[in-house]
Design a protein around this ligand. Structure first.
Ligand code: ADP
Ligand code: MG
Length: 320
């Protein structure tokens, strides 16, 4: 089967059809109609085999995750997802692989009304580049630079699950059963917080999605905003599965491990998070913004705690 047959069979005429796409897959370029008065939010991510995912990852999970990580970026902007383009580099035309990849992709695309409008297919080492576009009303985007002293710092969902899942997947942590499966699912199939991002428009002063670990990603908000933060490790939301995993001091994973794709955001201290219909996922207050720069981590008693630089550090030397 040649490249064109493959595209037709697995990517054209699949999934949602949007009214704002007069011409999708099949021509030299897609034609799209952006809504008047809104900004176009555009993001792209490349996933390389052996770097961003294990070569033996189930292709359904890869199709899902390639879209999920981009949806997470749009969520962090408060943007509504709309259109995707997909550049695939494949070592060979493996039909079973493509069918599974497309299945994972379109399952998630359907959930968020995303239409695949074009892409590129080439022969080469396995890699996936996905570009995603969405809309956000002008002046309503959630940018990184708006945090102010006194703001409260929140995160969605639970943290550290994907880091624990990675350790389990790589055989660095022995833990099995349904709770281990939950941690692995959090790694392979993160839930992009699109609904939360939309609900935070006009409410959050700054937002970012947590792909590289809370401390690092919150650091981007603090730097962009010219502020610092005091954070409480005893307030970090940890899942039952992470707590049951037996991993020592799981808060360290919650602070430093990546791949959770939760949102970290700041709101004024008097903000009411129940307005605009509320958020569609749990959120937890973990600290507050200070005028003094830097991050100060402490426990509930106010004792300073030093988070590890990377999630990896947690497992080095037997979880020191
Ligand atoms: P061109 O040579 O003009 O760039 P291609 O032959 O690369 O066109 O692609 C033909 C059509 O198929 C285009 O509409 C392109 O966007 C689409 N396409 C190619 N690869 C993919 C892919 N992996 N996913 C979605 N659409 C694709
Ligand atoms: Mg062309």
């Amino acid at each position: 089967m040649n490249e064109f047959d493959l595209i037709r069979r697995y990517f054209a005429d699949h999934g949602v059809r949007r009214d704002d796409v007069p011409l999708g897959i099949g021509d030299d370029a897609a034609l799209l109609i952006p809504p008047p008065g809104q900004s176009l939010a555009v993001t792209v991510d490349t996933l390389h085999s052996g770097v961003h995912f294990a070569p033996d990852i189930p292709p359904t999970d890869l199709g899902y995750k390639a879209l999920a990580v981009n949806l997470s970026d749009l969520a962090a902007m408060g943007a509504e997802p709309a259109w995707a383009t997909l550049a695939l580099s494949l070592p060979q035309a493996d039909e079973a692989w493509l069918a599974a990849f497309a299945e994972g992709f379109f399952v998630l695309a359907e959930c968020y009304n995303v239409q695949l409008v074009g892409g590129d297919t080439t022969r080469g080492p396995l890699s996936v580049t996905l570009q995603l576009q969405g809309f956000v009303p002008r002046q309503k985007a959630l940018i990184r630079s708006g945090a102010r002293p006194g703001d409260h710092v929140f995160v969605t969902g639970s943290l550290g699950d994907a880091g624990a899942g990675l350790a389990i997947a790589q055989g660095r942590w022995g833990f099995a059963g349904p709770l281990a499966d939950f941690l692995l699912t959090r790694l392979h199939r993160p839930t992009p917080r699109v609904g939360a991002g939309l609900a935070l428009r006009g409410l959050a002063t700054a937002a970012i999605d947590i792909s590289d670990g809370l401390a690092q990603d919150l650091g981007h908000i603090l730097t962009a905003s010219g502020v610092g933060a005091v954070l409480n490790i005893d307030h970090l939301p940890l899942s039952d599965a992470l707590l049951a995993s037996g991993i020592d001091r799981p808060w360290r994973l919650a602070v430093s491990a990546g791949d959770d794709y939760e949102l970290c955001f700041t709101v004024p201290a008097d903000a009411d998070l129940s307005v605009s219909g509320g958020l569609d996922c749990p959120v937890t207050r973990i600290g507050r913004i200070t005028a003094e720069p830097g991050q100060r981590w402490q426990d509930a008693a106010g004792v300073p705690c030093e988070p590890p630089a990377h999630g990896w550090d947690h497992f080095a030397g037997g979880g020191a």
